[in-house]
Design a protein around this ligand. Sequence first.
Ligand code: SAM
Length: 294
Amino acid sequence: MSRKPFSTEEKNAIQGGTLYLVATPIGNLSDLSERAVKVLSEVDFVAAEDTRNTGKLLSCLGISRPMVSYYEHNKKERGPQIVERLLAGESCALCSDAGTPAISDPGADLVALCAEKSIPVTSVPGCCAAITALTLSGLPTARFAFEGFLPVDNRNRRQRLDALKKQTVTMILYEAPHKLRATLGDLAATLGEMRPIALCRELTKRNEEIFRTTVSGALARYEGEDPRGEYVLIVGGGEGLPESDETAARAALPPAEHVAYYEKAGLSRMDAIKAAAKERGMPKNELYRLVNTK
Ligand code: SAM
């Protein structure tokens, strides 16, 4: 005999002994889902990367739940304590500072601990800065690599940048505003100045901005302006060749195709002409005339 299907209420009922990964807004409070509100209201306790931030969110929603902190520097002690409570039958919602827990935050370690103990983990999906930026970038989305934050220590950073050189798919990087210039400099030195990039800033907030340009265009802008707010960098994939070979390959294309390459990467027509002219070693006015005469 077939079982009666679960009703929506049954499916949404909070299960004891379960960890809920609850995505929270990355800027716009209206992006919080109805289900997220229900789970946050009904779980036994909330584990938050930043209890002040999550506390503010809960108080905006008129929700009051017991809260514990769970962040990079206490995860070793706090993780097993949360697991004990889950094994004792309590339900827990895990919230990161913003966005989807377990993406560039210690949530992944807690999920691994739960998996080891066969504790059920489920997701209340929602915003993730990486995916929001990728979809807005104008760069290819069919295949991509999430790189998170580049390492800060020189050796690991060098190794990671070298690995990016071979990357042929679109890359997603997180960066803090005060490190943006240094990272753009490293990307220019490793992937070349003409690599297409979209700087996705303050996503879902009042000052949201998508700046589609090349690495050199981004460097030029931030020479005269201090980077402000939160950024995701979406970097076009290469052809897996040394940058000099890639530049030479593009410069060998017919002029219109060369310009089209940069337009397809998200640059405006004029910026695409400028980028292609630089690689061809010719004045941009000349290339403009060439591609605009039949
Ligand atoms: N778990 C989060 C997620 O799902 O997106 C990411 C956490 S990571 C610690 C924080 C980084 O995400 C920031 O440094 C920034 O690069 C990016 N980020 C978060 N919110 C953003 C926003 N509104 N606009 C642009 N980037 C954002």
